[in-house]
Write a protein that binds this ligand. Structure first.
Ligand code: PRX
Length: 653
């Protein structure tokens, strides 16, 4: 399951202790303390989650902490809690924090704005009044197609205030992908920015929305925030509303709804093993409870921190660690709109220096981008405030890890590589930065209240040092509660493989020190720059092209992006490969999914390697592009001659 080199890397890895100065500020200050607290949380998970709940503001709190087990479970059933009250109101009502900056916005074009908790509260209440005036109610879905903006936060927090379920769709998705998400979630409203800056270009988001909602009966309103007033934005009378005009006329206050801790709060689509994306449903209160705990202990987040998580609001990372976890902890965070290396390669460092960021959270792909731009760029800036660098989303290779710690972290910052998924609504694996020794490349240790195992297909725990399937044995509050509109798919995708456990779809190794190393997916999902893409989703796009008979997509390792997709296609009889066709097929994927999924190459082949039952063996295609030949087991192959032909087709390019 794993490359031999990966395993030896684990065996040889060193342990690096967090610096004393950091340790002393940390919530958990030694490995022994972590072990004691962890054991206590596993022996009595209800006790642990109740202690987290004590730090939050409840409308009503009953005695039951956990009810049921996988896959039917609830946390604090019958208790009510409002996410927006916890993330905004309680800081806005506290005289000590009401004038504290909640968000520093920095646009790619250099626009800047600071928003205090009090100001955020005023705006959230106004937008909640707008939602209410349009008749949106608890459980209705609003689709949000915006980049990182203050207004995006206002909209999402307003939804939380009313129990309206939001669905953020990454603003890099195409009209087709957005439409699919709007239709499958039955959204009643779409909120978008008219446009976005990306590498200096103006992306016309509203035009994409217009295309996406054409003929979609469920959508009654489209609310448009004019991020770039000079962009030409046609509006449809009776359907489209200007955000600023609505806000100017909105009622200034709007009471928060009383919501059960398990009511749905948000919906986010992610790639699964089949072609169709899954709408992952998270409970609002449960998500708050979980993300508060992850953010507090894994980032040691404190009110005095200046914290920057570079994730885009289209991905759950920023909901976990900023929108909900970060704001619930009353932090000051930076919200950045565009590309991290635009208009010059040191843009990220410039932002760190300007705001004196001390905690930076990004993805391995961004850290590798820094490495690629080189040390000299980093040296132009004062990065001495950085004391914690966090990562999530893909394997963090030791080379990049060491470079980042030395060059960006001044040789002293703590690095915390966390592991999580859209479905886990948080990061069950991470270090507690002051307590757990760092191992470059590892994902740390299980979080309080989470019992993880590495198992074989019978559910038996494998020996330390041996790869297996990563599973979680017990329930936790931010674990996905459903797949929107498809409960069977929820049960089948996550709870059918290993009885009584949540199946992550990842392979992992636990080492002799109890640290976990996540090796990669065991299904047909690839991770491109931290974006999870289903290869089947790409294949189903390709085969819709009239020239294509069969398609197979595999990931090819890439220095910066982790992996890039490579598409293999066979053509209709009589058609010849051409540059035009390659361009058209790449464009088809961009249209159906988005530019981030564009294949690096399209390889035209005579035939695919298949099993006797006709299944394409993608592993062999992967081996040929990576190693030029197939070294693994070929006994299942239906037609041996195909391999030679494939090697020729591929190397003949
Ligand atoms: O394969 C794992 C990989 O990313 C997947 C989850 O992607 P997504 O749902 O987009 O999650 C976003 C995070 C909230 C996982 O199944 N992954 C995540 N973190 C790591 C990782 N692979 C290796 N190392 C990690 N630290």
């Amino acid at each position: 399951m794993a490359e031999a080199s990966g395993i030896s890397l684990i065996a040889e890895s060193e342990q690096i202790q967090p610096p004393e100065s950091y340790r002393l500020k940390s919530y958990v200050q030694s490995y022994e303390d972590y072990q004691t607290l962890y054991q206590r949380s596993i022996d009595n998970p209800a006790g642990f989650w109740a202690s987290v709940a004590d730090e939050l503001t409840w409308d009503e709190r009953g005695a039951t902490v956990i009810e049921g087990d996988m896959p039917n479970f609830r946390f604090f059933p019958g208790s009510s809690i409002n996410v927006a009250v916890n993330c905004v109101d309680r800081h806005a009502e506290n005289p000590l924090t009401k004038n504290k900056v909640a968000l520093f916005f920095e646009g790619e074009n250099g626009d800047r704005r600071a928003v205090t908790y009090l100001q955020l509260s005023d705006e959230v209440q106004k937008f909640a009044s707008i939602l209410r005036s349009f008749g949106l109610q608890k459980g209705d879905v609003v689709s949000v197609y915006m980049q990182n903006l203050v207004e995006t936060y206002v909209v999402l927090l307003a939804c939380f205030r009313l129990g309206v379920v939001y669905n953020t769709v990454f603003a890099g998705f195409s009209a087709e992908a957005l439409r699919e998400r709007i239709v499958s979630s039955n959204a009643k409203m779409v909120v978008c920015a008219n446009a976005s800056y990306r590498r200096g270009r103006v992306l016309q988001l509203k035009q994409t929305v217009d295309e996406a909602v054409q003929g979609v009966a469920s959508v009654e309103q489209v609310v448009v925030f004019n991020r770039i007033p000079s962009a030409d934005t046609p509006m449809t009378a009776g359907r489209d509303y200007d955000y600023d005009a609505l806000m100017a006329a909105a009622k200034p206050s709007c009471p928060a709804a009383k919501l059960d801790c398990n009511d749905p709060g948000l919906l986010i689509f992610t790639s699964g093993t089949s072609g169709r994306p899954k709408g992952i449903v998270h409970a609002g209160g449960g998500f708050l409870l979980g993300t508060y705990a992850y953010t507090k202990y894994q980032l040691d987040l404190r009110p005095e921190d200046v914290y920057w998580n570079t994730a885009d609001i289209g991905w759950l990372t920023s909901h976990i660690f900023v929108l909900v976890g970060g704001l619930a902890l009353g932090t000051t965070t930076i919200l950045y709109e565009g590309a991290l290396d635009y208009p010059q390669p040191g843009r990220l460092y410039e932002v760190v220096e300007r705001y004196r960021v001390n905690k930076l959270f990004s993805a391995p792909t961004a850290y590798r981008m820094m490495l690629k731009h080189g040390e000299e760029v980093a040296q132009r800036y004062d990065l001495s405030t950085l004391e914690l660098l966090v990562s999530v989303g893909e394997p963090f290779n030791p080379e990049a890890w060491h470079w980042v710690r030395r060059v960006v972290g001044g040789g002293k910052a703590v690095i915390n590589n966390t592991w999580g998924q859209t479905e886990t609504g948080g990061t069950p694996l991470a270090s507690l930065p002051g307590a757990v020794p760092m191992k470059p490349g590892s994902c740390g240790v299980p979080f309080f209240g989470h019992k993880l195992d590495v198992v074989d297909l019978d559910g038996q725990v494998v020996a330390d040092g041996t790869p297996g399937y990563l599973v979680v044995r017990n329930v936790f509050p931010s674990l996905a509660r459903d797949v929107f509109g498809d409960h069977d798919r929820y049960l089948k995708s996550y709870f059918s493989q290993v009885p009584g456990a949540y199946f992550t779809g990842d392979s992992a190794v636990r080492d002799a020190d109890g640290q976990y190393w996540v090796l990669g997916r065991v299904d047909d999902v690839i991770n491109v720059s931290g974006h999870r893409i289903s290869t089947m989703e790409m294949e189903s796009s390709l085969i819709q092209h009239e020239a294509v008979v069969e398609a197979a997509v595999v990931g090819q390792p890439d220095e910066v992006r982790g992996a890039v997709p490579v598409a293999f296609v066979t053509l209709e009889q009589g058609l010849a490969p051409s540059v035009e066709l390659e361009t058209a097929l790449k464009a088809q994927i961009v249209r159906d999914i988005g530019p981030f999924a564009r294949p690096d190459k399209v390889v035209f082949v005579e035939g695919m390697p298949k099993t006797r039952s006709g299944k394409i063996i993608r592993r062999m295609l992967r081996e040929i592009i990576q190693e030029g030949t197939v070294k693994g087991d070929v006994t299942g192959l239906e037609d041996m001659d195909i391999l030679e032909q494939l090697v020729q087709d591929i190397s003949g390019r």
